[in-house]
Design a protein around this ligand. Sequence first.
Ligand code: S3P
Length: 443
Amino acid sequence: MTTIAARPLGQGGLNGAIDAPGDKSISHRSLMFGALAVGRTEVSGLLEGEDVRATAGAMRALGATIERRAEGRWSIDGVGVGGLAEPSGVLDMGNSGTGARLLMGLVAGHDITATFTGDASLSKRPMQRVIEPLSRMGAVFQSREGGRLPLTVTGPETAMPIDYVSPVASAQVKSAVLLAGLNAPGVTTVREPKPSRDHTENMLRQFGAEVESREEDGLFVAKVTGQPELRPQTIEVPGDPSSAAFATVAALILPGSDVTIRNVGLNPLRAGLFEVLRAMGGSIEVLGERVQGGEPVGDLRVRGSDLKGVAAPPANAASMIDEYPILCVAAALAEGRTEMRGIEELRVKESDRIAVMVQGLRAAGVEVEEHEDGMTVHGGAGKCPAGGCSIDASHDHRIAMSFLVLGLAAEAAIEVTGAETIATSYPAFTGHFRGLGADIAEI
Ligand code: S3P
């Protein structure tokens, strides 16, 4: 087990520039959709974290030929929609909910059987939310109690297209159903209460599938027409706003900082955190905005700022769903209360992020209230929290990175145990922060 400590930074703040690591959501999908195209897809900027590597391993086991050509450059020779092969071994998805749920959708659309396992965190996460719609499409599941991993899914001979009203706004649920629908004859529809990230729709469209998205009767609807022939693509993966969030918040809360984070994806369904931080008074400038691989991207220049507490709008929760742990850290240094409500989904992420953040913040000397559906942080108005504590990462990369950022702004160091989990999404994290002047090191 790895323990990493972050020590208070002192004068001057963080300075310099980093490249945002490749977007995790788009990296998973590049491998999966490349595997379903007919021909060779070339990807650059692929995130080489453990979650994405698990997806690469699984897609190989399902019959695709996937090669790493150089750092971030991968090629995928696809087998075509309907062409996935039955894997001979178990598919170990590690820590990755996205990998597990999207692949269950893919398998459910094929006449094959596959067994999924994952680590301690993934084995606790609810899979019923995908089992339910995929069963309606004809797939048969055997799982541990409550729809947990390990789980075996057998796809039907021909999957049935469905019209599914999802009770949660979840890109993972939406994508699992759409991916099963990709090999069903006819149109598969998913309706969500709020819009969730739309990378599946955007990328499938690029690969040549017929995908429609629109708002209808107050619901957000995505439809895919099944059994297309997908054309291979050249994909440049933009940087991950969810990873860029850590240096962004660190630069804002450390006085004197001036940090540029290059190549950050700014899809509006992902960029909610930056809006909230701006509303708190954060100085975040977008430079060189452009479109890359169908997604808006830009370089963020972030400067140390006096932050004020706000109420993060629950209606935009899906656009920053992975960013609440690091928003708590910004809130801890802000003046006044920051309210984060309508985020009960955080309880079923890699950890129960509400409980784990509340407990850790209290250990670090931050005043915080826990609610069933969120938390309220009472900021110290720039006064450093005490720190001087040890936090268990709870198999959750974003918990680990959030508390390390808090350690830079605390009076005494914060150490994080189980910090190896950072490698699931941001293997370069400590290197990047050290390059900006932070004292973050393994102990
Ligand atoms: C993801 C969707 C989100 C997010 C996860 C990645 C995706 O999960 O939390 O980190 O790539 O589709 P939900 O859709 O379940 O909210």
